[in-house]
Design a protein around this ligand. Structure first.
Ligand code: FES
Length: 191
């Protein structure tokens, strides 16, 4: 073999080695970005699947307080704008009404003189307990699930029924009212 041929083979082998290293590097880089993308997607999935709401904020648990400090029966509804909620208390118990009108999503308000909730946008009206009264709204107001628990043991004493009706207030001075503003019961459609 001539010196020129040997030298050419050495150059070819070097070039091939370089090409292999480059391919390996590109493969590794591609795999690394794929792995990074998968991790990122997995992270987003977890964040969206298990959103975290802070206690006391809309979407989380709002501790309303001990039953000893509840409003009088049929007194004016209590407004909790931070968690988009009105609290009312009827003879039958406590209700947590979602503060968004079920027609097109405006924020309705309470009218003390007329003793009803009125939406300023298109005039839908609702009773003290959130039932539909008149206007274009297709149903009664939505309600949040209320749980009344023993403040010492954590035992559940009462909970909003499936139809969203009032929660009877237990005769327990340690009882605490908790409203789950992430659990909404859709209002009953009217005829
Ligand atoms: S949004 Fe309330 S009546 Fe239309």
């Amino acid at each position: 073999m001539s010196e020129a041929t040997a030298s050419s083979e050495t150059v070819d082998a070097g070039t091939e080695q370089l090409a292999v290293n480059r391919r390996e590097f590109l493969n590794l880089a591609w795999l690394a970005s794929l792995g990074f993308l998968t991790l990122q997607l997995g992270g987003y999935t977890i964040v969206f699947a298990y959103p975290r709401f802070k206690e006391g904020e809309f979407g989380g648990i709002f501790t309303y307080g001990p039953v000893s400090s509840l409003p009088e029966v049929n007194s004016s509804p209590e407004n909790y704008p931070k968690v988009k909620m009105w609290i009312t208390r009827t003879d039958e118990g406590l209700l947590a009404l979602y503060k968004v009108c079920v027609h097109l999503g405006c924020l309705y308000g309470w009218n003390d003189q007329e003793v009803k909730f009125i939406c300023p946008c298109h005039g839908s009206q609702y009773e003290y307990n959130g039932d539909y009264r008149s206007g274009p709204a297709p149903r009664s107001l939505d309600r949040f699930v209320i749980r009344i628990v023993d403040g010492e043991t954590g035992e559940e004493l009462a909970v909003t029924p499936d139809d969203g009706g009032p929660v009877p207030i237990p005769d327990n001075p340690n009882a605490i009212v908790q409203v789950d503003t992430g659990a909404k019961i859709i209002g009953e459609p009217h005829a």
